[in-house]
Ligand binder design. Structure first.
Ligand code: 9MR
Length: 574
């Protein structure tokens, strides 16, 4: 560090993989090329070249040039780029940052666990904390959680465990589900390609290490078990449906350590979306555990099939868009995609004709869901397609080809858009705005680029996936690495009730590997609205703990980061 954060040269602060394209962005009004110089850690110029003027760039609102130093491939640390009086942050030419990020991004999930002490042995003293929400005062515990009083459901559920969603202490099925799915998909992909050793037992610092089960599965199971616990018991109204979420009755203040939260905890009503989300993830999990723990696989599949049947019987139980006190709403009034995703996972796992009929009869069949906006907790059709494209089934080959073509066509659209951007990021909304969690969408669209490479081995897709990582790690107009602990100017003050150093010096900053939600031109919190008025979309960011609409962390975003970090670590030449 030590260099001016206002530098007009933006780089991947963590490092560029040797042997792959290396590009940076210069802010400059110059209409003619300028000379750039790459210096090594000793300050000696090692190569030089000319910038490429790009003119006005809409997402950043800046006039920019591209610096392309791809030809330089000497591994090392402490490189800087200089143009005139501007100097970039120092960066590495090395895959080491990615190889570390592959695990840091997964460590996030252990840190977010509810219902278990976070042990210094695994995370270090500053991140250790007592178990949250296990009925030790002042917690009211997740042991016997009633429904919201207006629901009169007549039972309580033991919903201990799972991951806290984000900086708050809510646990939301649709978001926890997509996050668990993405970790499981990261593992399933590696297994399919014949080498899941990088994700195996002993790779993560978690209590289950050494139990003979791949650690990424152990971590995902912590959430999957929670998802199952949210299912309405037999004999109760709406049996088989899944409660949408469980969270505090009122929002708690910053900071609040999980074990110190004294709010009553409440179940919101079951929803069709949550029910199908659990069905999809449990069905996916059932095929992954089949050879590891058959009894668990049976339990998962039974829960998934029961949930799917319940959802078909209650196809329009929509989550209340006004149920936003004490927790997020995660409301979603389109469940066609959740139906498709759940049917796809159940079909891929069981091969049953009823699920096949629901898959092939869906309006989303054959890759309709892919677009340059990307998939997220409310748009899950693409998850079903990823499974159908890659898990062997008896679907017609032409239909599988259509899904794969949707993936590569979408990847091509990303590349076309990125080629026109000063700070290339695979993400685009119809009106050019950036939304809450844009970094999560960038990471997920990076996954689509990575899948296009897996399918075709065309280098342009690989380079696009790495460019997405460049953006997240500092080649962006905010000049931040959006991943804590990676890069010279990483986010430090993410919105979090325990990693709340900014408001209580005794508490830690985020541990390495947490992805900030990133630019959101909607400015949906008072701090962002006050500090960022008039910002260009990619600049609507501030590293302030109060600015939850631009700087929160969340399990879904980190799962996307983890998938992409694992992939780039695998593909980076050492
Ligand atoms: O990621 C969610 C985003 O898509 C929504 O626009 C936003 C507002 O409803 O909520 C985001 O999710 C937050 C959730 O509601 C509560 N926990 C923190 C989540 C991340 O900010």
């Amino acid at each position: 560090g030590g260099l001016p954060p206002t530098s007009g040269i933006r780089v991947n602060q963590d490092g560029y993989a040797p042997g792959l394209p290396k590009k940076a962005t210069l802010i400059s009004d110059s209409t003619i090329p300028l000379t750039w110089t790459l210096k090594n850690a000793a300050g000696t110029a090692v190569t030089t070249g000319q910038t490429r003027p790009r003119g006005a760039d809409a997402p950043s609102g800046e006039n920019v040039h591209e610096i392309d130093f791809s030809a330089f491939d000497v591994t090392g640390t402490g490189y800087t780029l200089t143009v005139g009086t501007e100097t970039s942050f120092p960066f590495a030419i090395s895959a080491d940052g990615l190889k570390k990020l592959r695990y840091d991004s997964l460590a996030f999930f252990y840190n977010q666990r509810s219902g278990i002490p976070i042990d210094a042995k695994y995370v270090g003293a500053e991140y250790a904390r007592p178990a949250g929400h296990v009925n030790v005062a002042p917690n009211q515990g997740d042991n016997n959680v009633p429904c919201r009083s207006d629901l009169n459901c007549g039972y309580t559920l033991d919903v201990r465990g799972g991951w806290y969603d984000a900086g708050d202490h809510g646990k939301y099925v649709v978001n926890g589900g997509i996050a668990a799915w993405e970790l499981l998909d990261e593992y399933e992909r590696a297994t399919r390609l014949g080498d899941a050793s990088a994700l195996g037992d002993g790779k993560l610092a978690i209590p289950e290490q050494g139990n003979g089960v791949p650690d990424i599965l152990d971590e995902a199971r912590w959430e999957v078990d929670f998802l199952l616990s949210m299912q309405v018991p037999d004999g109760k109204p709406n049996a088989g449906m899944v409660h949408h979420k469980i969270h505090d009755a009122q929002w708690t203040a910053l900071p609040t350590r999980p074990d110190q939260d004294s709010q009553p905890r409440r179940l919101s009503a079951p929803s069709t979306a949550a029910t199908l989300n659990m069905a999809a993830v449990a069905a996916q999990a059932a095929r992954l555990w089949r050879t590891i723990d058959a009894a668990y696989a049976d339990k998962l599949l039974a829960a998934a099939e029961k949930a799917y049947a319940a959802a078909k019987a209650h196809p329009a139980m929509l989550a209340d868009p006004n149920d936003g006190t004490g927790g997020g709403t995660y409301s979603d009034n389109t469940v066609t995609d959740e139906f498709y995703w759940a049917a796809a996972e159940l079909f891929a796992t069981t091969g049953k004709s009823a699920y096949r009929t629901d898959v092939t009869g869906s309006s989303l069949y054959r890759g309709v869901s892919f677009n340059t906006h990307g998939f997220d907790w409310g748009s899950t059709g693409a998850l079903g397609d990823i499974t159908l494209a890659l898990v062997p089934t008896d679907l017609p080959a032409a239909d599988i080809t259509a899904i794969k073509t949707a993936i590569t066509t979408t990847a091509d659209s990303h590349l076309t858009q990125m080629a026109a951007m000063g700070y290339p990021a695979p993400y685009r909304t119809a009106d050019g705005t950036y939304e809450w969690g844009s970094n999560g969408l960038v990471a997920n669209n990076g996954v689509v680029l990575a899948l296009a490479y897996d399918l075709t081995k065309q280098e342009k897709y690989r380079d696009g996936a790495f460019a997405a990582m460049d953006y997240l790690l500092g080649r962006n107009p905010a000049n931040y690495s959006y991943v804590s602990g990676h890069g010279d100017q990483p986010v430090k003050n993410v919105h979090h009730r325990f990693w709340a150093h900014e408001v209580d010096a005794a508490l830690p900053i985020a541990p390495p590997g947490a992805l900030s939600g990133g630019p959101n031109s909607g400015l949906q919190d008072p701090t962002a609205a006050r500090l960022l008025a008039g910002c260009a979309p990619q600049r609507c960011f501030v590293d302030d703990i109060e600015a939850y609409s631009v700087n929160e962390v969340a399990v879904n975003w980190n799962a996307a980061l983890a998938w992409l970090a694992n992939w780039t670590a695998e593909k980076a030449p050492s």
